[in-house]
Design a protein around this ligand. Structure first.
Ligand SMILES: [Zn+2]
Ligand SMILES: [Zn+2]
Length: 112
C-alpha cells in the first residue's frame, strides 16, 4: 500500500508500506508487489511462509479475498496478525518467496 499522506507525484521509498504490518520499505526490509500497489515485506513473508507452507495452517476461511492477487482463493490463506482484513494466499506467498530468494540484494532466504 502507499502512505495515504504521500504526494503521488513525489513518492519516496518510505511511502511504500507493507499492507500486512504497515512498515515502510527500507534497505533492510525488501518488498514484493502484488496487484494495485499492494505490498508484502520480507518479515511478513517469512511468517506467512512458515505458517502456510511449513506448518500448513490456514488462518482465513476458504474463499477469502487475497490482498495481493485480489482473487477469492481456496488454497491456504494467511491473515495478517495485525490487520485482520489483509490476507495472502498460498500461491502469492510462493511467488513472492521465489521472487525475493532470487534477488541477491534482498538478503532473503526461504525459512527452513
Ligand atoms: Zn510486513
Ligand atoms: Zn493471492
Amino acid at each position: 500500500m502507499h502512505n495515504p499522506a504521500a504526494d503521488p507525484d513525489n513518492m519516496q521509498m518510505t511511502d511504500f508500506w507493507c499492507d500486512f504490518c504497515r512498515s515502510p520499505w527500507s534497505e533492510g526490509r525488501p518488498m514484493v508487489e502484488g496487484h494495485q500497489g499492494s505490498l508484502i515485506c520480507g518479515s511478513c513473508l517469512k511468517v506467512a511462509y512458515v505458517e502456510t507452507l511449513v506448518s500448513k495452517t490456514s488462518s482465513a476461511p476458504a474463499g477469502s479475498k487475497c490482498s495481493l492477487c485480489l482473487e477469492e482463493r481456496t488454497d491456504r490463506l494467511w491473515r495478517s496478525p495485525m490487520h485482520e482484513d489483509v490476507i495472502a494466499c498460498e500461491r502469492c506467498i510462493r511467488q513472492a518467496s521465489t521472487a525475493l530468494s532470487q534477488d541477491p540484494d534482498s538478503g532473503w532466504n526461504r525459512p527452513a
